[in-house]
Design a protein around this ligand. Structure first.
Ligand code: SIN
Length: 308
C-alpha cells in the first residue's frame, strides 16, 4: 500500500468497502461517506460505516435532512446515549442536544472551543459524538479534529515508554473558569453554565465534574486495540503522582504535539451534514469566528467505557 508520508505512519486510505464509498478528507484522518441515506441504512452498510469511523476517526455524510427522531435512531445504532455533561435535550428528545449560537450572541467563547475530547472528567466518558448541521454561517464555524492515535504512533519509543505508565487527572475546573470569565448568560449550553458564576455554592453535580477522574494517558481502543494519546488542553489538569509544576510541561508538550496541523483535518460545514467521531481516538475543537451569524447544530453522544 502507498505510504502518504515519509514517516510511514500516515495512512488514511479508504478500505475497499462493498456497500459504501469512502473518500478520505486529509492525510491524517477524516473521511466522507458517500452514497448512503442514514434513515434507511442496511446492517451491512452500517457495519462498514462503523469500521470506517474507527479507521478514519471522524466521518461525515452530506445531504442528510434528519428529524430529531431519525438522528436518535442513527445514533442508537452505535450504542445507548451517554450522559451529556453540559447540555439539555430538545423537548421530547432528551438526548438530542441543541448547540445553537445566535447571531447576536457576543460571547468571547463558544461551546467546544479549545481542543478537547468529550467529557473526560466523567468516569466513563462518551465514546462517540454525532453532530448534525441545520444552519451554518456563510463562512467560519468549522470544526477541526486531530488524530491522537497517529500522534501516539509518532512519539519516540522512549517517550512512549514514559507516557504508557502515566494517568491524567481530568477536571471541568479550568473550562468552568473560562466560561465564567467569557460567556454571556443565555439559554444555550454554556450560557446556562455561565449562570453558575454567581451561585453561592456549586451543585454537587458540578463539584463531581470538577473533582473529575484519573484515566490512562494512553488508552487502548476497546474494539480495534489501537492505542492513542488521551489528554487535551482543556480538561487535563494534572498527572497522578506528579507535582503540578512537574506535570505541566509534559501536558503542555503533548497537548501541542497531538494538535499539530499535520495530524488534523478540518470540516467546512454545510446544512444537513452529519459528522461522527470517536472520542477515544481524536480530539476536536470548535471556532468562535462567526459573530453576527447564526449556527444551529444538534448533538448526540454514545455511552463509553472506563478508559484502559
Ligand atoms: C463540540 O462537540 O465540541 C462542538 C463542535 C462544534 O460545534 O463544532
Amino acid at each position: 500500500m502507498q505510504i502518504l508520508h515519509p514517516s510511514g505512519k500516515f495512512d488514511n486510505h479508504a478500505r475497499d468497502y462493498a456497500h459504501i464509498t469512502v473518500a478520505p478528507l486529509a492525510a491524517a484522518m477524516g473521511a466522507e461517506i458517500v452514497g448512503v441515506d442514514l434513515r434507511i441504512l442496511t446492517d451491512a452498510q452500517f457495519a462498514e460505516i462503523r469500521d470506517a469511523l474507527f479507521r478514519h476517526k471522524m466521518i461525515y455524510v452530506r445531504g442528510q435532512q434528519l428529524t430529531h427522531e431519525e438522528h436518535e435512531v442513527f445514533s442508537l445504532r452505535f450504542g445507548p446515549f451517554a450522559e451529556d455533561a453540559y447540555t439539555k435535550g430538545v423537548p421530547g428528545h432528551a438526548n438530542v442536544h441543541p448547540l445553537i449560537k445566535e447571531a447576536e450572541d457576543k460571547s468571547k467563547m463558544v461551546f467546544g472551543e479549545g481542543w478537547h475530547t468529550d467529557s473526560p472528567f466523567l468516569p466513563e466518558p462518551p465514546s462517540i459524538t454525532m453532530l448534525r448541521s441545520v444552519q451554518i454561517p456563510p463562512f467560519g464555524g468549522d470544526t477541526i479534529w486531530c488524530n491522537s492515535a497517529l500522534a501516539y504512533a509518532c512519539l519516540s519509543d522512549g517517550y512512549k515508554r514514559i507516557v504508557d505508565t502515566l494517568k491524567v487527572h481530568f477536571s471541568l475546573r479550568n473550562v468552568l473558569a473560562s466560561v465564567h470569565a467569557a460567556v454571556e448568560i443565555s439559554d444555550s449550553p454554556i450560557g446556562r453554565l455561565a449562570t453558575t458564576r454567581d451561585a453561592p455554592t456549586l451543585s454537587e453535580d458540578l463539584q463531581r465534574k470538577i473533582r473529575g477522574n484519573l484515566h490512562p494517558m494512553v488508552r487502548t481502543h476497546p474494539i480495534t486495540g489501537e492505542r492513542a494519546l488521551y489528554l487535551d488542553g482543556s480538561y487535563a489538569v494534572g498527572i497522578d503522582g506528579l507535582e503540578p509544576q512537574e506535570a505541566a510541561p509534559i501536558l503542555d508538550y503533548l497537548a501541542h504535539f497531538i494538535t499539530q496541523a499535520a495530524f488534523s483535518c478540518r470540516l467546512r460545514w454545510e446544512p444537513n451534514m452529519v459528522a461522527v467521531w470517536d472520542n477515544r481516538l481524536c480530539l476536536h475543537q470548535a471556532f468562535n469566528d462567526y459573530m453576527g451569524y447564526r449556527r444551529e447544530m444538534y448533538r448526540t453522544t454514545v455511552m463509553g467505557e472506563k478508559p484502559v
